[in-house]
Design a protein around this ligand. Sequence first.
Ligand SMILES: *[C@@H]1O[C@H](CO)[C@@H](O)[C@H](O)[C@H]1NC(C)=O
Ligand SMILES: *[C@@H]1O[C@H](CO)[C@@H](O)[C@H](O)[C@H]1NC(C)=O
Ligand SMILES: *[C@@H]1O[C@H](CO)[C@@H](O)[C@H](O)[C@H]1NC(C)=O
Length: 418
Amino acid sequence: MAGVKLNKLNTVILVLNIVVVYSKKYHPETFLNVEQKIRYHGYPAEVYQIETEDDYLIPFYRIPYSPYRGNRNVKNKSIVILMHGMGGCPENFMVLGRQSLPYYFSDKGLDVWLFSSRGTSSPFKKMHKYLDWNDGPEYWKFSCHDIAIHDLSAAIDFAISHSDQKKVFLVGHSAGGTNMYTLLAEKPEYNDKVKIGVSWGNAMILKRFDFPLGLFCVSFGDLLKGIVKYFNMGELFPQLQILRPLLREMCNDPEWVKACIKTSWFIGSQRSYITDPKDIGVMVTLAPPRVSIKQAFHYMDNLITGRFQKFDYGTKENLKRYGTRRPPLYNTSAVTAPIAFIYGHCDSFFLKGDYYESAELLPNVVTVYEVPFKKYTHADFILSRNSTSMTYEPTYNLFKNYDNGIIPPRFIPPANYT
Ligand SMILES: *[C@@H]1O[C@H](CO)[C@@H](O)[C@H](O)[C@H]1NC(C)=O
Ligand SMILES: *[C@@H]1O[C@H](CO)[C@@H](O)[C@H](O)[C@H]1NC(C)=O
Ligand SMILES: *[C@@H]1O[C@H](CO)[C@@H](O)[C@H](O)[C@H]1NC(C)=O
């Protein structure tokens, strides 16, 4: 009998040990999903699943109001939809705990929605009416074009239908910005549903980049396409997913977190001066990202050609689909909703000239704002706590002014920029 008791005691001690070790080691939000993260900070969360016109099922999250602020009327608040980048997810905006962007906007009185594009993990079992994302390449045959015209359009309509509002604010980080111009060019009726679209670290034109992976794409783009076609691949490096638990362990371990953060610098080719290694552990539970090859290639082609163009299917298929050998340009003159660019001087993906060129092509760019910290990088938008003052605030000011009837005039780029 004593032996049994001892065993039970041992089990209890073992469990306690695990609890203590793990609770010490991991960031408290490491294993929480989007809804749990929101509730963890005391905010109400709503979770929906939207069906797109081409049968994808995407989650959509809402923080209808802030418990720390008076107005709980969910119908009369201005809506803001946050859009993550390529390989990203809504959790990208929740890395900084209580200081994260969704809570900032919620406390400002906005009705906050977190967009989650196809190819991003979901709390729902089904992610497509007929296809399984782990079962072959069919699910993954989409590019940013499809995310924009099917997913984002559905999300905007969905948010509006849950409110008395007729228009929304948009914030897109990185490829989240691309979603915005693509939708507004392809389905111009959506311009009437957007108050202002704010693009963080994304210029539309991607031509002057300064990151080694960019040069790699220019050099080996055609070769990569050949390989992908040969193997009928849908997802970019799905094999890397086995690294997930390892990365999570490493990046939550104080011994390793430096190595982890440096890896994140490598990907963006920039050292960050304003991130806290303690925040990396939560971020990395989402790595490596799952990316569709078609989406990556669409970007790669824009980078190689310097054009904001539709997907390149190859000469034969282009002729069939578009009637031209080269893919046509997106009709940027149809993007009449106000667009604001906020960018970092040290963002190696998009350089200042890209923003100026985009502001010439888009008829209603109202702001091109450089974050006043010279070393601001692409990842700092989501990883730095300094972003509250550096980017959240200027973004919110655009919204507040818009709701007070103040929209900046069209931005005119300087002559002879490079
Ligand atoms: C929204 O509704 C709340 C509660 O009914 C009210 O106090 C507030 O003034 C309204 N705000 C606007 C902008 O209409
Ligand atoms: C592009 O958009 C503009 C403005 O909506 C429209 O007048 C024009 O016809 C469009 N061009 C094409 C080729 O669709
Ligand atoms: C970033 O925020 C910290 C903490 O508020 C502050 O001490 C630091 O000066 C800020 N860095 C910059 C570059 O503004």
